[in-house]
Design a protein around this ligand. Structure first.
Ligand code: 0PR
Length: 387
């Protein structure tokens, strides 16, 4: 750090120039990410309440109430008026809290958690931290978890099952109702990772899409991750963890007795945490409502359908599976997918590369002309590669 500080203007100028060449959502080039431009109202609200720390919740009882209302609104979306939980730093913290609760609620010594091969790596981090053994099971032809394999994997050490409602790679929804049955029959904790899908699936259902059950309507579901900073249009950081009821949430709650705000309780992984993130999510849910989110999801799905229609028209390219939500997997039997990704990145398309396919996420910042340009560039690349 230098001795004498720079003027605010100089600092801002330097930042503008240093960050200018990073990717920006509104360029439309970020086409493989699960984040998007925050809604303008969320930006406004976020800036306004930056100083609120929900780690000392006794100081901010009104914000505690806003968080409860936020969780209640999300709970209603996920078929549970009794849901209890928190707005956290993201899906990683939410998934970690879920496994932590499962571990604390179990009396077992060697704890195993069964999850699909498609589960996000945040579960590996959580398991490492919590001393859990992950048992990964294979997928069926539709890239959903193989239910029979889950049944076979259950043993005396099993404490929990994880199902995914919107996989990271392809947006596939596991047969959560089947997992729920297994969980109920074996008295196991079932966590559903709807970090991405939570803000999509309920709206798709209302829009008439064929969406299988994935939420608290299923009796075995104990907790759900639903991230506002993905399809919820909230500023980062805003993840969501919802437990079926207060008893489950209490499993990860700690009492803090000495704070100026009075005796308090923390049931999040972090201590000091952003109150303004919570307020921004509350504001968005109030402002957009179901209708607003439905409109956004409908637009994303229309573009996704267009993309999924155009890709197979290009010789040598195909989609991995029909999209369930606004995620498309692009594959090729003819060309090296890494080569295609390299060419796309060379043309400044920010796509995600999985082992056998390229992931495209049609987030709200992606517009029709971006998709059209992307398709043109893909055609060009395939021509160049000798298609
Ligand atoms: N669960 C699922 C199903 C996810 O897809 C993700 C992240 C998480 C949990 C973890 O969420 P946090 O990253 O909020 O902790 N999915 C994205 C991914 O790995 C995260 C992401 C978002 C990556 C935007 C890049 C990006 O530009 O692809």
């Amino acid at each position: 750090m230098q001795n004498k500080g720079l003027s605010q203007n100089l600092v801002l100028k330097e930042l503008e120039s240093r960050l200018r060449n990073d990717f920006a959502y509104d360029s439309g080039k970020i086409i493989g990410s699960m984040c998007t431009c925050p809604h303008p109202l969320a930006r406004k609200v976020y800036n306004r309440f930056l100083d609120i720390n929900l780690g000392d919740s006794g100081l901010f009882p009104a914000v505690v109430k806003l968080e409860k209302e936020t969780i209640h609104m999300l709970g209603t979306l996920l078929s549970n008026l009794e849901a209890s939980g928190h707005i956290v730093t993201g899906g990683t913290e939410a998934n970690t809290l879920a496994l932590w609760a499962a571990k604390k609620l179990s009396k077992k010594k060697q704890c195993e958690v069964i999850m699909p091969a498609s589960a996000h790596y945040s579960f590996d981090k959580a398991a490492d931290l919590l001393g859990l053994r992950i048992v990964r099971v294979g997928l069926n032809d539709g890239f959903q978890v193989d239910v029979e394999a889950v049944k076979k994997a259950v043993n005396l050490n099993t404490i929990a099952i994880v199902g995914i409602a919107g996989t990271t790679g392809l947006g596939v929804v596991d047969p959560i109702s089947e997992l729920s049955k297994i969980a109920v029959e074996n008295d196991l904790y079932l966590h559903v990772d709807a970090a991405f899908g939570g803000f999509v699936l309920s709206f798709l259902k209302e829009l008439g899409f064929n969406v299988s059950d994935f939420d608290f309507a299923l009796p075995g579901v104990c907790s759900i991750t639903i991230d506002p900073h993905k399809m919820g249009l909230a500023p980062i950081p805003a993840g969501g963890i919802l437990f079926r009821n207060e008893r489950l949430r209490k499993a990860v709650a700690w009492n803090v007795s000495y704070l100026a705000g009075g005796e308090t309780e923390q049931a999040t992984f972090v201590g000091t945490r952003s109150g303004t993130s919570v307020i921004a999510v509350w504001a968005l849910l109030k402002h957009l409502g179901r209708e607003g989110y439905k409109r956004i999801v409908r637009r994303c799905m229309r573009l996704t359908e267009k993309l999924a229609e155009e890709i197979p028209k290009i010789k040598g390219l195909d989609i991995v599976t029909e999209p369930t939500m606004n995620i498309v997997g692009l594959k090729s039997e003819v060309f090296d997918i890494r080569q295609i990704a390299k060419e796309l990145r060379f043309r400044k398309w920010a796509v995600s590369l999985f082992p056998n396919y390229i992931r495209i996420v049609v987030m709200p910042h992606v517009r029709k002309h971006h998709i059209e340009r992307f398709i043109e560039d893909l055609k060009d690349i395939i021509d160049k590669l000798g298609g």
